[in-house]
Ligand binder design. Structure first.
Ligand SMILES: Cc1cc2nc3c(=O)[nH]c(=O)nc-3n(C[C@H](O)[C@H](O)[C@H](O)COP(=O)(O)OP(=O)(O)OC[C@H]3O[C@@H](n4cnc5c(N)ncnc54)[C@H](O)[C@@H]3O)c2cc1C
Length: 409
């Protein structure tokens, strides 16, 4: 490591969770290290869709970062969602107009977005950034946390595990087991020249019967590219033994409304795959001298597969609790526990609802019924839309009244 190897906080991983955590820890008089195994700008296998939740955290970051984000040229505002049911029924849900400067979501390559935030962190004088440094081991001793990093040893009072879906920090400091049942696998590739299907700026979710409760997505990116991908349950993938990239190519060519759109297209990258951990709240997310956030805490939404928003949200929350622990110099389990409690209070209801929606999405006939009902009923359409933009409305799904309105509304 290039500088002193004693820090107050080490953040493992410079994805959205770690970066937001760093940007909220700066300026309080503590010494912080942010360590990532990659050299930036780096790719991260993702759909590249930033939701309203991610933007809300971005807006709260200090130093006008959101304003600078708005000036990044290579991003696309998302203007609505197109659902395609297993029977092929199309449902277009335009996002409500909030003003041209403030759309509810954006599509931006992770290589650009994460690099943008990392550059902001590099301007913080109290944070040392280490790229291309893999953390190999983490142990607790009587004086604090000891991190082994490619032959060097770094010490700190507390570590933030923001090292993603295959978190080393989670594996070493908790008894985590990767349960395939609450885990999905996704692949994505970038395409050029996909024929337009949905209105401009719409993200498309194709719920093909073969992959329920997963879906195939087509997201419009800047410079005429499309992020195309597919997410399935890891348990199904393991059982079926299919080759996901080959199978996805086959699915596209077997569905006439997709194959027409891809007929003149060109895949400009290979298929890349990665995991989506969804097992929160089963995971232990904090303990003596550590907190986990983002994918390391299993915070991906089980229905939508969205994880950037919760990664940023939990990174922000982790920073607040670490500052509290640093002030009282107490990193014991009881001192870390308020993070666990606040995370539960903020996310449990929302993620429980998503789990219910994921279960409902197993049924192609139910999916077809809801979609065709929504094409004819403005109220249901508005409710479905609000479920994507308003978490309170999403919780409606846990109430019996929702189903009454769905059937008879
Ligand atoms: C195919 C696919 C599509 C997706 N689409 C979307 C989407 O459209 N919208 C959305 O919101 N979410 C999406 N997600 C989920 C989203 O990508 C993640 O939830 C999000 O990246 C989590 O952020 P994070 O900071 O927790 O982890 P990550 O972004 O994974 O960052 C972790 C960082 O830790 C580093 N690291 C890992 N191990 C070590 C180590 N040992 N030492 C040092 N550094 C280490 C990595 O290099 C990485 O930079 C998708 C996921 C997949 C797989």
């Amino acid at each position: 490591m290039k500088t002193a190897s004693r820090y107050d906080v080490v953040i493992a991983g410079a994805g959205p969770a770690g970066l937001v955590s760093a940007l909220n820890l700066t300026g309080h008089g503590y010494r912080i290290a942010l360590i990532d195994k990659s050299a930036y700008p780096r790719e991260k296998t993702c759909g590249d869709a930033l939701s309203g939740k991610a933007l809300a955290v971005l807006k709260r970051l200090p130093g006008g970062i959101y304003h600078d984000f708005l000036n990044i040229p290579r991003k696309t505002p998302s203007t609505g969602i197109r659902f395609v049911s297993p029977a092929g029924t199309v449902l277009d849900l335009p996002f409500p107009e909030i003003g041209s400067q403030d759309p509810p979501g954006y599509l931006i390559k992770r290589s650009i977005f994460d690099h943008f935030l990392l550059e902001k962190v590099k301007h913080c004088r109290d944070i040392d950034v280490f790229e291309s440094r893999r953390i190999d081991d983490v142990i607790l001793d009587s004086e604090g946390v000891v991190i082994h990093c490619e032959g060097s040893v770094v010490r700190c009072s507390v570590v933030v595990g923001a090292d993603g879906a295959h978190s080393m920090i989670a594996r070493k400091l908790t008894t985590i087991r990767n349960t395939h049942r609450q885990h999905s696998t996704g692949i994505r590739a970038y395409y050029q020249d996909v024929a337009p299907g949905a209105p401009t700026g719409f993200i498309e979710l194709h719920f093909l019967k073969e992959i329920l409760p997963g879906y195939l997505w087509i997201f419009p990116m800047a410079e005429g590219q499309f992020n195309v991908g597919l997410g399935v349950q890891s348990s199904w993938l393991k059982k079926s033994g299919v080759n996901l990239p080959r199978w996805t190519d086959q699915l596209i060519s077997d569905n006439s409304w997709l194959s027409d759109r891809f007929a003149q297209s060109k895949r400009v990258t290979g298929w890349e795959g990665w995991g989506l951990p969804m097992d929160y709240p089963k995971r232990k997310v904090a303990g003596e001298r550590f907190l986990l956030c983002g994918d390391a805490a299993g915070l991906v939404d089980p229905f939508s597969g969205e994880g950037i928003g919760n990664a940023m949200f939990s990174g922000e929350m982790a920073a607040r609790h670490i500052l509290r622990c640093l002030q009282i110099n107490d990193f014991s389990v009881p001192s870390m526990n308020p993070y666990v409690q606040e995370l539960h209070k903020s996310l449990d209801r929302e993620l429980r609802t998503s789990r219910i929606m994921q279960k409902l999405a197993y049924s192609a006939s139910l999916f077809n019924f809801v979609t065709s009902r929504a094409t004819r009923n403005e109220k249901i359409r508005k409710m479905m839309m609000a479920m994507y933009t308003d978490m309170d409305v999403k919780s409606e799904l846990t109430r019996p009244g929702f189903y009454f309105r769905l059937l008879f509304g």
